[in-house]
Design a protein around this ligand. Structure first.
Ligand code: UD1
Ligand code: UDP
Length: 388
């Protein structure tokens, strides 16, 4: 069987590592994977570093679309992906998550009748002002095989009309071949969890970032910020950084800076905050780090503050409390268990959440993201769903 996998943004490249590894280790005689990189992320530290470090096969195609407005970027990707699908004639197109690369793959494949596998299906923020919410809804409704990492994802799909058999794991008829009009849904655990388990000890052995930052044995806060709703709205960006600067009075902060945030800090952060930010020795502003460095930082941090979907979950995987810098999350379970708090971009709520978690660090992190073998589960289902 042949699958084409589309990746483009940092988290998709990382997720693809888990599936490619499982194909290499268990299914190389059954599945040929063709990788298409849209070029949505292109800086060395947003793309190539992950291929080098995580043993991901070199992409067979790179569309080099780069940065542009949503419409332009998505259109360029759609055109390129369509041409590749026509040439390669795969059995399935595999798409991850909710970026513009996901949307482009979904539109290109659905229109020319290539069945889509959506990994990370069913997640919803119920906030359509987020570009990702549009992308994930479109992709889910164009897909033939949907793999949801959480029970909340399964429930969301049910609400949107995906019908389920008794076991609550598949839609439509269990005997009929799955199609775009008779899709199948599985709750299978989180592919990011596969990666975190696989790379945790490797990260410990291969990275020295904690030592390099002089943070060995010290509590510190790990922060990441990149959502357009935070970077592009000066009021929100100033509130978040106002809180960070106050926290830095007590605890060092490590902030690997996304290129979007790097660019917008200069225009959207008040000059006095910029001055404080860049002159507070307790705040380590560093370029984006590799995945192994990131999970080393997550493992050693006292607490994580983030608006990233992936980083929220990884905080949970490594037993760390998380302050979510958004009004809502798709990963509702981590809030429901009390291990994360939605503080939005509200300075007071961020500081309250930080005080709360420092005084009462959570200790119970129930296993809700699977068993670390989501990739193998999905590949079994993909193989058995092939139209003969
Ligand atoms: C994208 C995804 C978002 C995901 C994030 C992961 C969409 C709509 N958004 O957001 O869901 O959480 O990736 O990181 O698909 N830039 C560079 N170098 C790069 C890449 C980007 O400088 O290698 C800068 C450019 O100025 C660009 C900006 O970052 O305009 C935003 O990049 P883009 O890929 O459009 O969106 P992200 O914010 O990265
Ligand atoms: N990540 C990384 N280096 C960084 C920041 C994040 O390797 O400097 C990893 C992180 O560990 C997670 C993924 O990138 O696996 C999350 O990507 P991001 O926050 O860009 O996007 P989101 O998950 O919000 O879509």
């Amino acid at each position: 069987m042949k699958i084409v996998t589309v990746i483009g943004a940092r988290p998709q490249i990382i997720k693809a590592a888990a599936l490619s590894r499982a194909i290499r280790n268990h299914y190389s005689n059954q599945i040929q994977e063709v990788i298409v990189h849209t070029g949505q992320h292109y800086d060395e530290n947003m793309s190539q570093v992950f291929f080098d470090e995580l043993d991901i096969p070199r992409p067979d195609y790179n569309l080099h679309v780069g940065s542009a407005s949503h419409g332009v970027q998505t259109a360029r990707m759609t055109e390129g992906i369509e041409a590749i699908l026509i040439k390669e004639c795969p059995d399935f197109l595999v798409l991850y998550g909710d970026t513009n690369s996901t949307l482009a793959g979904a539109v290109a494949a659905a229109k020319i009748h290539v069945p889509i596998v959506h990994i990370e299906a069913g997640l919803r923020s119920f906030n359509k002002a987020m570009p990702e919410e549009i992308n994930r809804i479109v992709c889910d409704h164009c897909s033939t095989l949907l793999f949801t990492p959480t029970k909340a994802g399964l429930e969301n799909l049910k609400r949107e009309g995906f019908s389920f058999d008794e076991g609550g794991v598949s839609t439509g008829s269990t005997t009929a071949t799955p199609t775009i009009d008779n899709p199948k849904v599985w709750h299978c655990g989180d592919i990011m969890y596969d990666n975190s388990l696989h790379f945790a000890d490797i990260a410990e052995a291969k990275t020295d970032i904690i030592k390099r930052l002089n943070l060995s044995g010290m509590p510190f806060v790990l922060a990441t910020i990149h959502r357009d709703s935070n970077t592009d709205q000066p009021e929100r960006l100033n509130a978040i950084f106002g809180a960070l600067i106050q926290i830095a009075d007590k605890t060092p902060i490590v902030l690997p800076l996304h290129p979007r945030t790097d660019k917008l800090l200069k225009t959207n952060l008040k000059p006095e905050l910029q001055n404080q930010l860049f002159n507070t020795p307790n705040i380590h502003i560093i370029p984006p780090v590799s995945f192994l460095e990131m999970i080393a930082l997550e493992r050693h941090a006292q607490l994580v503050m983030t608006d990233s979907g992936g980083v929220q979950k990884e905080a949970y995987f490594f037993g760390k409390p998380c302050i979510i810098l958004r009004p809502e999350t798709e990963w509702v379970e981590i809030v429901e268990t009390g291990n994360a708090v939605l503080a939005d971009a509200d300075e007071t709520r961020i500081l309250e959440a930080w005080r709360h978690f420092v005084a009462h660090p959570p200790t119970a992190f129930p296993k809700i993201f699977g068993d670390g073998h989501a990739a193998e589960f999905m590949l079994e289902k993909i193989i058995s769903s092939k139209v003969l």
